[in-house]
Design a protein around this ligand. Structure first.
Ligand SMILES: [Fe+2]
Length: 312
């Protein structure tokens, strides 16, 4: 597994979930899309209209038991941590629903035109240097329904440079033009899980069929590779339901409903930001008074109302 993953940038765990387990995982997620309880509801025509509808960790609040079929599924957790060589942290829990017609517009579709990778140095999800996807398809990703295609070896085009003692600069690759990129279909079937290096180029193809194409898109980062900003906050109910050996996957959680989600606007996350200011002699700036004692410079945080995604 490790050799193939490092060479190709992805590895498919075949048949690691039974169809019954996938259905049990998909049930509350499909139900949430059906009743309009998802993050992108206000972004365009609602499901089941064609579009790319998606949902963050909100589904875990009332259905924390699905954690053991997904992020903490032993086969998934073990594979992710074996490939990292260290403990993992859940970085994203994202369900994507692509009904018939999703990905098709007025212009003819050109394969490769949507190829990309998810490295986003300014965002909580994506600003890691050691990270991967674990995608659980709820249906067969057939040629008709829209495969999740990948460019084998493309993760090697991006280089994580040595640390300066604080950060690792990233020499980020540019994705080639559609006719210059080779995308392959890993033939994902219901029950399979694909693990993908975070720097791998990929593209979901349009849904030409007559049934929904949906799945769960999780990201994990290595414990030693935190996001540049963040963390993502999850509902406490998921942390509570995890067995002892998996609780470390969800270290940041809240029980007051203020986890990462978009409802009428972005909600959830971090209440206060603190600044670490250090000079060249390693001296830290701290403020102090008689009431609070010494503390770092700090400020109450507010939501960015223009944020399209609540992944921070
Ligand atoms: Fe992507």
């Amino acid at each position: 597994m490790k050799e193939e993953f490092e060479k190709n940038g992805y590895y498919v765990l075949r048949n690691v979930l039974t169809h019954e387990e996938v259905d049990r995982l998909a049930k509350p997620i499909r139900a949430a899309f059906n009743r309009g309880d998802y993050d992108t509801l206000k972004k365009g025509p609602a499901y089941p209209a064609p579009g790319i509808h998606s949902m963050g960790p909100r589904v875990l609040e009332g259905n924390p038991e699905i954690a053991e079929l997904s992020l903490a599924h032993p086969a998934i957790m073990e594979a992710v941590q074996e490939l990292f060589g260290e403990p993992a942290t859940l970085a994203q829990y994202w369900s994507i629903m692509r009904p018939p017609g999703a990905g098709l517009g007025d212009e003819p579709y050109i394969k490769g035109s949507g190829a990309h990778y998810d490295y986003k140095p300014w965002r909580c999800v994506g600003s890691y240097v050691k990270w991967m996807f674990a995608v659980v398809p709820f249906v067969d990703y057939t040629e008709t329904a829209g495969p999740l295609t990948v460019a084998p070896g493309s993760h090697l085009e991006t280089t994580v440079l040595p640390s300066d003692g604080r950060v690792h600069p990233v020499d980020a690759a540019q994705v080639p033009k559609p006719h210059e990129i080779t995308l392959v279909d890993p033939s994902l079937k219901k029950g399979d899980v694909v693990l993908m290096n975070g720097f791998l180029w990929h593209e979901p193809l349009p849904n030409y069929g007559n049934s929904d194409r949906c799945g769960l898109y999780m990201k994990f980062h290595a414990k030693s590779s935190p996001p540049a900003c963040g963390p993502t906050i999850y509902p406490s109910s998921v942390h509570e339901v995890l067995p002892e050996g998996a609780k470390h996957l969800v270290p940041y959680h809240r029980s007051d409903g203020q986890y990462a989600a978009v409802r009428d606007g972005a909600v959830g996350g971090v209440d206060e930001a603190q600044l670490l200011i250090e000079d060249s002699d390693d001296k830290l700036l701290v403020l102090g008074n008689d009431t609070d004692g010494w503390h770092l410079p700090r400020i109450a945080s507010t939501q960015d109302e223009t944020a399209a995604n609540q992944d921070f």
